[in-house]
Ligand binder design. Structure first.
Ligand code: S3P
Length: 168
């Protein structure tokens, strides 16, 4: 089983992925870190040097490798997606086909609080656009998801516990 975690930047995908990995004893792959290792560049460097569309190409290629070409550490694993990974139809289809997808939903207020001071590693938050992006993506996260969890009042380990129950 491949458990994919989706949601907006700041929704806790990476932290929940780590805690879920501990809870289930499965390896976790963070898609952004995988792209960085594969390309040799940090995400902001990729955006700055080549733009968003080049980053999306790397994201699609990374998903194809992990989900269809067996580059994951084990056949069953947890995949923490980047916040925009479900935007391309092709990516969403790969995720729907191969993964049990969990949308970590958080309110705008929670996301704003969590993202305060974290703009530097997230090129898409530079120069605003937060609200429009959230509005545009919420239906896409919802459509990609097998399960939706409202995370506002939960710790990453509590969310991991909810996921473990849902998939058991
Ligand atoms: C992005 C989210 C980031 C990263 C990149 C683009 C997005 O991941 O993939 O900066 O389009 O929302 P996180 O959601 O882990 O911050």
């Amino acid at each position: 089983m491949i458990i994919a975690l989706t949601g907006f930047m700041g929704s806790g995908k990476s932290s929940v992925g780590k805690d879920l990995s501990t809870l289930l004893g499965l390896p976790v792959v963070d898609l952004d870190r995988y792209i960085e290792q594969r390309s040799g560049f940090r995400i902001p460097e990729i955006f700055a040097a080549s733009g968003e569309s080049a980053f999306r190409d790397l994201e699609t290629a990374a998903l194809r490798e992990l989900l269809f070409e067996g580059t994951s550490p084990e056949p069953s694993f947890i995949l923490s997606l980047g916040g925009g990974a479900i935007v391309r139809k092709e990516n969403a289809e790969m995720i729907r086909e191969k993964c049990t997808c969990i949308f970590l939903r958080a309110s705008e207020e929670t996301l704003r609080l969590r993202l305060r001071g974290e703009q530097s590693g997230r090129p898409l938050l530079k120069g605003g656009g937060f609200e429009a992006l959230l509005e545009e993506r919420t239906p896409l996260y919802t459509a990609a998801a097998d399960f939706i969890i409202d995370t506002d009042t939960l710790t990453p380990m509590q969310i991991a516990g909810v996921i473990a129950n849902l998939i058991s």
